[in-house]
Each structure stands twice: as C-alpha cells, then as structure tokens.
Design a protein around this ligand. Sequence first.
Ligand code: PGA
Length: 254
Amino acid sequence: MKKPIVAGNWKMYKTLKEGQSFVENIVNLTLDIDGVQVIFCPPFPMLFHIVEILKNSGFKVGSQNCHWESEGAFTGETSPKILAGLGVDFVILGHSERRHIFNEPDEWINKKVHAAMNLGLNVILCIGETLQKRENGLTEIVLTEQLQKGLLSVDKSEKLVIAYEPVWAIGTGVVAESRQIEEAHELIRNWLKDKFTKNMANDIPVLYGGSVKLENVEDLISIPGVDGFLIGGASLKEESFSGIIHKVENYYKG
Ligand code: PGA
C-alpha cells in the first residue's frame, strides 16, 4: 500500500538558518516514524542545503514551482533540470497562489508537468475551486477542467500526486467540510480512473490542503479518499508539523 503523504509548503517563509534547524529538529522529533512519506518544500535558495541534510534519510524535498524549459533566457526562473541536479524529488505545480497571484494558466502548468516528469521529478499537481465558483455550483466543472488541462497528454501516473486545495480554505482557517472533501476526492479519483487504468489511478495519492492543523488532522485523515496532506501554515512550526506526522502515522497503524 502507498504511504500517506505529509508535505509542508513553506511558501516564502524561513531563512536558511531557520530552515536548517527546523528540518533537523523535525527529523529528531519523528525518529519513530516509518509509515508516512514526509516532504519539505522550502524556497528555492534553501533546496540544496535541505537536500544535503536529508540525504540518506527517508525524508524527501520538493520545490514550490519550476519552469517548463530545461534551460534558457528566463530571468528569475528555475528549471526542472536544475532541481533534479540538486537532488530534489518533488515539485508542486499549479498551487493556487501561482494560479491567482501570478496568473499561471493551465497551459503553462501542463507544460511544467511534462517537463518535470521528463526530468524524473514527482509532481504534486494542485487543483481547487474559488469560493465564487463553489457558490455558483461550478466546483465539479472547475476541478475537471484543471485536471483535463493540467494533465493533457500525460500518460504516466507513477510520478503523479494530486492535491485538492479549495482556494477558500487556503490560509483562511476555514476547512472544507468532510462531505465536500469526500465528494471532491471521489470526483478526482473517478476522473483519474477514466484517464488512466483503475489500478494506475488507485496508486495516485490524492492529498487535501487548506487550513490543515494539528487540531483537525485526525478528522481529515479519516475522510475516505484522503491519502495525506499539503500543509502551509501548520508546516512552519515544529510542534504542529511533527504532531501532524505522528497523528497520520497513528491513524494508519490503527
Ligand atoms: P494552509 O496552506 O495550510 O496554510 O491553508 C495550504 C497550501 O497553501 O498548500
């Protein structure tokens, strides 16, 4: 069985020193963990250092974005080739902050998915509806379109993770209701079964993200179809992040 995933998206937080000691402390606080795949996603300049600290550990490192070209005149960008060369394992693509603050269209995200997978990176593809779309009954259409466009011409599924992150739940303290999460995850899983085979689809982890905290993680992990979490705010503090990892491990160990 695939391991549940707990991924921490640091966004634009922490200095290198803070990041290094945070990762070292999390490793020490979770020495007893063997049933959870933990992924740290720090800002670009810290990636190399965090990869070095975690070498030969079971922890993985992810980038928060990448460009779709391997190299070229793209000032301020970082390519999947550069990331792979650093020893980075994962890349988050299509995060709602990329879509909404930086206006990344699905077409770019699709090009990034291909480029990252071609370089051997695992992709965490984020999808999610805004509050306005949900209130207008358009959640299903939005999620389906983001999957269709984001995964256009993608035929391999081994390096794919999907994160369902309703935009209105990210960083707001408002968690989606269990029923809403279950419905979205079911829709995603069914879509994946249509696109790939049933077995391939069942092996793709589908994460939930949006105001996941130590206090709500036990409820969230028990929702059918939830294979783990992509966590922002609560991934920045040692107590909450290590606590979440323990709660997920305990849930799966029964
Ligand atoms: P949050 O962020 O946990 O702070 O809501 C989630 C995310 O942006 O992935």
